[in-house]
Design a protein around this ligand. Structure first.
Ligand SMILES: *Cc1c(COP(=O)(O)O)cnc(C)c1O
Length: 235
């Protein structure tokens, strides 16, 4: 069995254990395989285990990879998630080629995605990115601004607001990891209580997926634990 397939099984076991510990059904957590910097062959290998959802950060790399996968394996129906920062001049190809966008952090970007989502496609699934650790260097809405923006985005006709996404400040301490994830869950619950029909908390990566699941993540975005270390020099 390939390394990628072994890694995928190990990650699925880890998700299952974290779900058990949190007394949550394992199928309440979706695995997004983050394939950035890896080629179409890696995606096809992962897809051979049944993995269908893939996350990408870099638009041109993603579009090229989609074309290669489609050419080699036209039978594969994959779900593509754009998880990187979004420049406003790149919204049209994102709205045209992806099923999900995780890192919407401005109303203006959401408006463009809605305006540009092709009418023959289902509404684009979006999450609002929250700068939960308040890091100056990170993108994302401040938690205070989220409810207002969420209401506006939820009303956009060609988008389906699914929930919230965060990349908290990195720490190795599992207890510390849980703090921002818990704050995200609180914010998420508050929006639901206000009547927004959201169902997604996109949080947790290779180093902190267990803490994220303990605090209610419904999508974990996993790259290196599946595909190995990234070599950005190859880009
Ligand atoms: C790269 C990336 C991931 C995956 O990170 P790993 O630590 O490799 O699991 C998840 N989310 C986002 C937004 C990323 O950019």
């Amino acid at each position: 069995m390939s390394v990628i397939r072994q890694n995928l099984q190990a990650v699925q076991r880890r998700i299952g254990e974290a779900a058990d510990n949190a007394q949550r059904p394992a199928n309440s957590i979706a695995l997004l395989a983050v394939s950035k910097t890896f080629g179409a062959d890696a995606v096809i290998d992962a897809a051979s285990t049944g993995q269908r959802a893939f996350g990408e950060n870099y638009l041109q790399e993603a579009l090229d990879k989609m074309t290669s996968v489609q050419t080699e394996r036209p039978d594969l129906k994959l779900e593509w998630h754009f998880i990187g920062p979004i420049q406003s001049n790149k919204t049209r190809p994102i709205a045209t080629h992806f099923d999900w966008v995780h890192a919407v952090d401005r109303e203006k970007i959401a408006q463009r995605l809605s305006d540009q989502r092709p009418i023959d496609m289902p509404p684009l699934n979006v999450c609002l990115q929250v700068n939960i650790s308040g890091e100056a260097s990170k993108s994302g809405l401040s938690p205070d601004d989220v409810p207002e923006v969420a209401r506006r985005v939820a009303a956009m006709p060609r988008l389906r607001l699914r929930g919230l996404m965060a990349i908290p400040e990195a720490t190795d301490d599992p207890q510390q990891q849980r703090v921002p994830f818990r704050q995200m869950h609180d914010l998420f619950s508050r929006l639901q209580a206000e009547g927004l029909p959201i169902d997604t908390l996109s949080m947790g990566m290779s180093g902190d997926l267990d803490a994220a699941i303990a605090e209610g993540a419904t999508i974990v975005r996993i790259g290196s634990a599946i595909f190995g270390a990234r070599d950005y020099a190859k880009q």
